[in-house]
Design a binder for this molecule. Structure first.
Ligand SMILES: Cc1ncc(COP(=O)(O)O)c(C=O)c1O
Length: 392
């Protein structure tokens, strides 16, 4: 099929929620690069929106998945699942969590985390504590509850009435956060770096205050690490930068390296789900967990979390070296980078695409970059050269 045929089929049969897609389709990937059927090559600096932490077609993941396909894909959670148990153990040993539950996406993991927070207070006989405070401009997913948690009116408007009991506060305003806590609050839920709304980090002081408020009021701190987790920001989990531990955090995106899987990770004291309280047909199946185990193996073996930190700094330094007055601000951490421009970011993105680079934009002014964590200096240099030429 040629691209025009694909576009025609898509327009006829697929519900277009994604707007005007970039007119391209990829036939295969290898490392940083994606290839079209006719052999055109693109450097993927968007990483499948923070999913492809190992780049494309990583040989270790590929081999593990081939092996798993030959064994068994799905058995259901009526039975014990070896890969599920192994993955849960691995995530617990590398994080502040004591228990894990697997879902199939970021939204679903967040949905589960919200249910867990409510269940924690329900089981204490304080069911009235069901309100969750989240930040304005946050993004937590597209299900009805996570949409209500998301602090962005534009996504919510058509779906009113929203799931009740979410309170939104301006990010990095400690006083507003403190004032928003009521008798009914069960949790504060935050992205450590707000990704989807433009790569806006929350400050150390704010995150520390959030932890202190939660401790003082006896409520739960949930970090949505769906995008920031798995080494993206230069530590395995973004909370590690701040020596602050959440009570619950969620993962998805890079966890399965392209195979859908999400995780709710929680401290022992609030891991209160018991039989019947929650569930999932697909969640934690042998195939998805094998993918995540392989991703973790490569992250560790190839020291990619460290590479994310070092290359992230290199990337920012090189952007700073570009001689231009068109770069206003560089935001982010590790390999989660936002470049705010004084010119139309969509136009710059279009030119980058013409030069063979896949990037994203947020709003009118920000270029968003989420390259694989195994990116090299040479690959970053190619991008910098292209950006420098475009801005000139
Ligand atoms: C921080 C954050 N949370 C949740 C989600 C939703 O994840 P999913 O699209 O897998 O449901 C996203 C997706 O962009 C995200 O960035």
């Amino acid at each position: 099929m040629n691209l025009n045929d694909v576009i025609a089929l898509d327009e006829k049969y697929y519900m277009n929620t994604f707007g005007k897609r970039t007119p391209i389709s990829f036939a295969r990937g290898d490392g940083l690069y994606l290839y079209t059927k006719d052999g055109r090559k693109y450097a993927d600096f968007m990483g499948g929106i923070a999913v492809n932490a190992l780049g494309h077609s990583n040989p270790v993941v590929r081999r593990a998945l081939h092996d798993q396909i030959d064994k068994v894909l799905h058995t259901s959670n009526l039975y014990y699942v070896e890969n599920q148990a192994l993955l849960a153990e691995k995530l617990v040993k590398m994080s502040c969590a004591d228990k894990v539950f697997f879902a199939n996406s970021g939204a679903e993991a967040n949905e589960g985390a919200l249910k867990l927070a409510r269940m924690y207070f329900y089981k204490k006989g304080q069911g009235h504590k069901n309100e969750v405070i989240t930040a304005i401009n946050s993004f937590h997913g597209r299900t009805l509850a996570t949409l209500a948690a998301t602090g962005q009116e534009k996504y919510q408007k058509p779906y009113r009435p929203l799931t009740p009991s979410f309170v939104h506060v301006p990010p990095n305003d400690i006083e507003a956060l403190e004032n928003a806590v009521s008798e009914n609050t069960c949790a504060i839920m935050l992205e450590v770096i707000q990704g989807e709304s433009g790569v806006h980090p929350l400050t150390h002081a704010y995150l520390k205050a959030a932890r202190e408020i939660c401790d003082k009021k006896g409520i739960l701190l949930i970090f949505d690490e769906v995008q920031t987790g798995m080494g993206r920001t230069g530590t395995m989990f973004a909370y590690e930068h701040f020596c602050i531990e959440p009570d619950i955090f969620t993962l998805a995106k890079a966890l399965g390296g392209g195979i859908p899987i999400g995780a709710i990770c929680a401290k022992d004291f609030c891991s209160v789900f018991e039989p019947g309280d929650h569930g999932s047909t697909f969640g934690g199946n042998p195939f998805a967990c094998r993918a995540a185990l392989a991703v973790l193996e490569v992250l560790e073996k190839d020291e990619l979390v460290e590479n994310s930190k070092v290359m992230g700094q290199y990337f920012v330094d090189k952007i700073n070296d570009i001689k231009t007055d068109k770069i206003r601000q560089i935001r982010g951490r590790g390999l989660m980078v936002g470049i705010a421009l004084g010119v139309d970011a969509k136009e710059v993105n279009k030119r980058l695409f013409e030069k063979g680079f896949l990037c994203g934009t947020v709003g009118d002014d920000t270029i968003r970059l989420l390259p694989p964590l195994n990116i090299t200096k040479d690959e970053i240099n190619l991008f910098i050269k292209a950006l420098e030429e475009i801005l000139a």
